[in-house]
Design a protein around this ligand. Structure first.
Ligand code: P6P
Length: 330
């Protein structure tokens, strides 16, 4: 490879430049979706800073920074919710939002906005205040109601295969943005000192098989029997058990290394705990784009008919061979 070629290798390009390059292949390449992806990336930078700073303020609390002390008192997931809503409202491309933090549809008053967004602003709530990886999950639809009118619930309940883009931001040892627009999965690593996301992997493909399983073993006895049978077999096969309690972190590790994550129906969550619109649909879109799979035990997650905004579903997601094997127990 000549020096020139190494200089133009895609890895290392900034998110902005990458989006510009991809725009020609984006559906409805009008620039609005590109701008929307930038708006989400910006909100991710702000949340990343809040997460890193909250601990500091908690410890010292005396920096006297304007209202930060107040914000630090608030739970970080509430701060994340406010930041994402503000970024999407100011961006102008989104006409409505649903979020795990609010019961109803949030209207941005940008009725000309062509897109609606479903978002879990900060997933992994049990880990938020104890410095364990957490994440943002987002799903983007092109609205089906006429622009210029007030969006309706129908704009959200289009079904998983109508997503035009989906992704997540993982706030871990480094902050990573992973998204797809239906042309493969690309990952970006955030460089704090430069305030930029840099392309780290293009067209990521997940290993077809693996030996990591992620499930809350504490609920073993309350899971449905097919799940118990599969989990028992994972142990008999000496699989590695890895469960962080943050779906984004478990999903990302399994996507890269090969593995399976399960949240089956249980006594406490007979329909499963995870939310279809802003946890399962987006991760299932990414999984399928990366050659992995996602099911509720009986059908692909992306084929589940949505009926309500905060609908829950069981989910089995990860390496295609492992999901196929797990489904043989259901
Ligand atoms: P449990 C976090 O609340 C979450 O939605 C996922 O991120 C995580 O995998 C799961 O719930 C943890 O749930 O019941 O095992 O604590």
């Amino acid at each position: 490879m000549t020096n020139h070629e190494t200089l133009v290798s895609p890895v290392g390009v900034t998110l902005d430049r990458f989006i510009k390059r991809q725009q020609s292949s984006l559906p409805f390449a009008s620039g609005e979706l590109s701008q929307l992806l930038r708006d989400i990336a910006l909100a991710g930078k702000i949340i990343n800073r809040e997460i890193n700073r909250a601990g500091l303020v908690d410890i010292t609390g005396a920096f006297g920074m304007e209202n930060v002390q107040g914000e630090a008192q608030q739970k970080l997931d509430v701060i994340a919710n406010v930041r994402f809503i503000r970024a999407l409202k100011n961006g102008g491309e989104v006409s409505a939002i649903i979020t795990e933090e609010d019961e109803g549809i949030i209207y941005t008053d940008n009725d000309e906005g062509k897109y609606v967004v479903a978002i879990d602003p900060l997933d992994g709530s049990s880990n938020i205040d104890v410095n364990v990886s957490i994440g943002t999950i987002f799903s983007i639809y092109r609205r089906i109601t006429p622009t210029g009118t007030k969006p309706t619930i129908d704009d959200f309940l289009q079904g998983g295969r109508s997503q035009v883009a989906a992704g997540y931001i993982l706030y871990g040892s480094s902050t990573i943005l992973v998204y797809t627009t239906g042309q493969g999965v690309n990952t970006f690593t955030y460089e704090n000192s430069l305030g930029e996301y840099f392309l780290s992997q293009t067209d990521l493909k997940s290993p077809e098989d693996g030996s990591i399983y992620s499930v809350n073993e504490g609920y073993y006895n309350s899971f449905v029997s097919p799940a118990r049978a599969y989990i028992t077999n994972c142990k008999l096969r000496d699989y590695n058990s890895r469960y962080i309690g943050s779906l984004v972190a478990d999903f990302h590790r399994n996507l890269l290394k090969g593995g399976i994550y399960l949240y089956p129906p249980s006594k406490k969550h007979p329909k499963g705990k995870l939310r279809l619109m802003y946890e399962c649909y987006p991760l299932a879109f990414i999984a399928e784009q990366a050659g992995a799979a996602a099911s509720d035990g009986y059908q692909d997650i992306l084929d589940i008919e949505p009926t309500e905004l905060h609908q829950r579903t069981p989910m089995i997601i990860g390496s295609s061979e492992m999901v196929r094997d797990a489904l043989s127990y259901f």
